[in-house]
Write a protein that binds this ligand. Structure first.
Ligand SMILES: [Zn+2]
Length: 127
């Protein structure tokens, strides 16, 4: 995914190479990915990102002016996007009411391990 961020009214939209708003197909449903901050979106006060299944929007914190931020914010933000996308896939699969599918540890495991799983699958031609 090659992407860039475009600022609009304090909200940064994840955009593709042509500057179009970044959307991702989640099991047939388009989700928009946006980046903003805790000042402009109070939903981010207690998290680094969230998935709003009602508006089909994934919101990621810019971490601008966040003291104590991680050294590699780009890598962390990518992990947060994967985490929120995992929530979207679980929701669109009809699994959001299952206790394991709401378990943040399970969702974070998917987000953290997926790149390694993909590499292993590709290395042995299983994908
Ligand atoms: Zn989560």
């Amino acid at each position: 995914m090659e992407a860039a961020y475009v600022a609009m009214c304090g909200v940064f939209l994840l955009c593709d190479k042509e500057g179009k708003e970044m959307t991702v197909n989640v099991l047939g449903t388009e989700y928009t990915i946006k980046e903003t901050n805790k000042v402009d979106d109070t939903n981010l006060e207690t998290c680094d990102g969230y998935c709003d299944t009602s508006t089909k929007t994934i919101v990621i914190d810019t971490f601008k002016d966040s003291p104590g931020s991680l050294g590699d914010l780009e890598a962390y933000k990518k992990k947060v996007v994967r985490h929120e996308l995992a929530h979207a896939f679980l929701y669109e699969s009809g699994l959001s009411c299952n206790s394991w599918a709401k378990d943040e540890e399970v969702v974070d495991w998917i987000a953290l391990q997926f790149p390694k799983l993909l590499t292993a699958f590709e290395q042995c031609g299983a994908i």
